[in-house]
Design a protein around this ligand. Structure first.
Ligand code: ZN
Length: 77
């Protein structure tokens, strides 16, 4: 079970502990991030790859509960 979440920390009901919490967010590299990285390599833009992994624009955001530390949901870009 996952909750629909946005790119920012949001007020959600945790599905595990049922408390209303402000979710903790963390950027995660996704399959798409790796695909863009491969594409950049193919275009000889490989110096850009580290920046790709450092920016949030190419990454999903994983939300976790600050109370019970369980997974709440993922915002996919
Ligand atoms: Zn919780």
């Amino acid at each position: 079970m996952s909750v629909v979440v946005g790119p920012e920390s949001s007020r959600v009901i945790c599905p595990t502990c049922n408390l209303e919490v402000m979710s903790s967010t963390e950027g995660k590299s996704s399959t798409r991030t790796h695909l863009i990285a491969l594409l950049l390599c193919a275009l000889a833009c490989w110096p850009c790859v580290p920046f790709l992994y450092c920016t949030d624009c190419a990454r999903n955001v994983e939300h976790t509960c600050p109370e019970c530390h369980n997974y709440i949901g993922t915002y996919e870009r």
